[in-house]
Design a protein around this ligand. Structure first.
Ligand code: ZN
Length: 250
């Protein structure tokens, strides 16, 4: 079977002497594992377009068990990412999140769009890594079935309150009055200031074309960063070594 699609290489692993095993997030077929034969040879026509973070047009051949890259033409290479260790580390984490989460979604096109735009923002220095990380974590989680209900307090339906708590396990928010009344264990929740909640609502609910256009203070961004990371950790219960690497270089 021939498969024609565009996609981004999330991971490349050496295989045999000159081959690469690629993990590609494709627009049409979701996550695909494909062998690029001879891609490690010096003059291979597959060499550039099958590198990690290269966005390419692919023609793939699938027989019974294996998928092979027939042709690959690069459309975009994010050269700027490798200019800083922080950006490279964050991009690796975003790629690992996609490998882990995208099989849980039917909409690989939306995930591809999100990833490409985040890499573009990092590549062109249009947004900082502190801005991109929580945005990607929360929006990706929402696309893959882990969207928290941030509309209103789950008990009294109030939209705004001085402080709200996010319960990651239930995936909902509760206002401080209700939390006290009901006797919620707030040590298991994250405290959301109004500005953090506003940013989270924007990330989850905004149209894609407005997704990157919110502004917030550095202090809010830092809180947002740790809360989105905590939320994902709690929901997924999976260890991402690329996240450790990102923190080690920050
Ligand atoms: Zn309430």
């Amino acid at each position: 079977m021939q498969m024609k699609t565009d996609g981004i290489v999330l991971r490349e692993q050496k295989y045999n002497e000159n081959d690469r095993l690629l993990t590609v997030l494709t627009r049409k077929y979701g996550l695909v594992y494909a062998y690029a034969r001879g891609a490690d040879k010096l003059k291979s026509r597959l060499s550039t377009a099958t590198k990690q973070f290269c966005y390419s047009d692919f023609i793939l051949f699938k027989n019974k068990e294996r998928c092979l890259v027939d042709t690959a033409d690069s459309k975009k290479i994010f050269f700027g990412i490798s200019s800083s260790l922080e950006k490279l580390a964050l991009s690796s984490y975003l790629a690992q999140l996609c490998i882990y989460l995208s099989p849980q979604s039917d909409d690989s096109e939306q995930i591809l769009r999100l990833l490409l735009n985040c890499l573009y923002m990092l590549d062109e220095n249009k947004r900082s890594d502190e801005f991109i990380k929580p945005l990607f974590e929360l929006r990706l989680a929402s696309l893959c079935g882990f969207m928290p209900n941030l509309v209103a307090c789950s008990n009294c339906l109030t939209y705004e309150s001085e402080n709200m708590y996010l319960d990651a396990e239930k995936g909902e928010i509760i206002c401080s009055d209700c939390a006290e009344k009901i006797g919620i264990d707030i040590t298991r929740c994250a405290l959301l200031t109004p500005s953090v909640l506003t940013a989270m609502r924007h990330i989850v609910f905004s149209d894609f074309n407005k997704l990157f256009s919110f502004k917030t203070s550095q202090e809010t961004l830092e809180m947002l960063g740790s809360i989105c990371e905590w939320y994902l950790k709690d929901k997924l219960e999976h260890h991402f070594e690329t996240l450790d690497f990102y923190h080690s270089v920050k």
